[in-house]
Design a protein around this ligand. Structure first.
Ligand code: G3I
Length: 341
């Protein structure tokens, strides 16, 4: 059967993966899969701020440039990830803010410079930028603002909510052609409520009304088989963003479950073996059924290389390929969905 990228191309949908630059070029089987199966790539880590500017004023574009070059060679597009996020900020910055040697006014200038430098460096080479990442409060966050923005977020705390609009404006100035996205997880009520969707919706609607250059919303799609998944809501949410005139993308799909490490990370529950392909398929179908959905990206290539076990103890098995880089039922489910179109 055909590759995911070939099948996606028939319906104008880019199918992607997050790429780990510790594997690309060194792990041959991995590299081959990335080239053969996917038509859009996201750097899993190497465009994040701590990676591109590990010490102040010293830039390291090398691994990110390498990925962009690989993508060009293999006729892939690139999703830039991510410009403003509370995580993976360089320690020179966080420690400077903590000890008071960087004031809030200086922090704002440093962020402006970062956005200008990074977007400028890749100007013309990035299809979609995740400009602002994970700023809306979850049900478990302690200080949601009145409109649902997370008051404890590093950037909001120091620079106020207006920074969200500014960071989009700065990115647009540096690369007017890149699609600028707001990216977040649990949007489709994986906590059982629709509060997070509503807050994201209100945010992007407000930004549009203010003339802020935002082009779309990324739904990350980090699912867990133990919670179930409301596929109808997921699709309805994508459609609601689309109806605002925005593009949408599924940006970080994976479906984790509890695993039996003794048998090479196979699910401990039989049920999860069925739930995983089903939930992957539901996310993809949601995207296929919404005209404004432009890409579907899995957050990694194979179960031997995923963020999940490091964050959720005992869980894993979240991706399309197993620890031996063999395609799993979830892979064949997506292939079939794309075949049906
Ligand atoms: O760079 C160091 C390296 O020098 C060191 O040798 C190594 C030892 O553990 O750690 C390396 O840093 C790790 C980095 O990944 C690169 O491998 C960090 O410890 C680790 O925390 C980091 O994890 C990443 C995580 O974001 C951090 O927040 C994951 O790979 C990445 O998949 C994950 O991705 C995020 C998205 O960006 C945003 N949405 C959620 C998603 C999952 O958390």
């Amino acid at each position: 059967a055909d590759s995911l990228r070939a099948l996606g191309a028939q319906e104008g949908l880019r199918v992607g993966t997050a790429v780990d630059m510790a594997q690309l070029g060194t792990n041959q089987a991995y590299t081959q899969l990335v080239a053969d199966q996917f038509s859009v790539v996201t750097p899993e880590n190497v465009m994040k701020w701590d990676s591109v500017e590990p010490s102040r004023g010293t830039y390291n574009w090398q691994p990110a440039d390498q990925l962009v070059q690989f993508a060009q060679q293999h006729k892939q597009l690139v999703r830039g990830h991510t410009l403003m996020w509370h995580n993976q900020i360089p320690s020179w910055l966080t420690s400077g803010v903590a000890d008071g040697s960087i004031s809030n006014a200086q922090l704002r200038e440093i962020l402006h410079q970062h956005v200008t430098d990074e977007v400028g460096h890749f100007r013309g080479k990035i299809w979609q930028w995740d400009v602002a990442n994970e700023l809306i409060a979850n049900s478990w966050d302690s200080h949601p603002l009145a409109d649902g923005v997370n008051g404890d977020d590093f950037w909001v705390q120091h620079l106020g909510e207006g920074i969200i609009a500014d960071v989009f404006r700065w990115a647009h100035e540096a690369d007017p052609k890149a699609l600028l996205m707001y990216n977040d997880y649990n949007i489709a009520g994986e906590d059982g409520t629709n509060a997070k969707f509503q807050a994201v919706y209100d945010l992007v609607k407000r930004l549009r009304a203010q003339g802020v250059p935002i082009d779309g919303v990324g739904e990350q799609g980090h699912l867990d088989t133990q919670y179930g998944f409301d596929a109808q809501r997921f699709q309805a949410d994508l459609q609601a963003f689309g109806d605002l005139g925005l593009k949408v993308a599924v940006t970080e799909a994976d479906v984790r479950t509890f695993v039996d490490n003794a048998t090479d990370q196979v699910p401990t529950s039989q049920l999860a073996q069925f739930a995983q392909p089903e939930e992957f398929s539901e996310m993809l179908k949601g995207c296929q059924l919404v005209r404004q959905c432009i890409s579907f990206t899995a957050w990694g290539v194979y179960d031997g290389d995923s963020w999940i076990p490091g964050t959720f103890g005992g869980e894993g098995y979240g991706l399309l390929y197993d620890v031996k880089l063999q395609p799993k039922p979830a892979y064949f489910a997506l292939q079939q969905d794309l075949e049906l179109g």
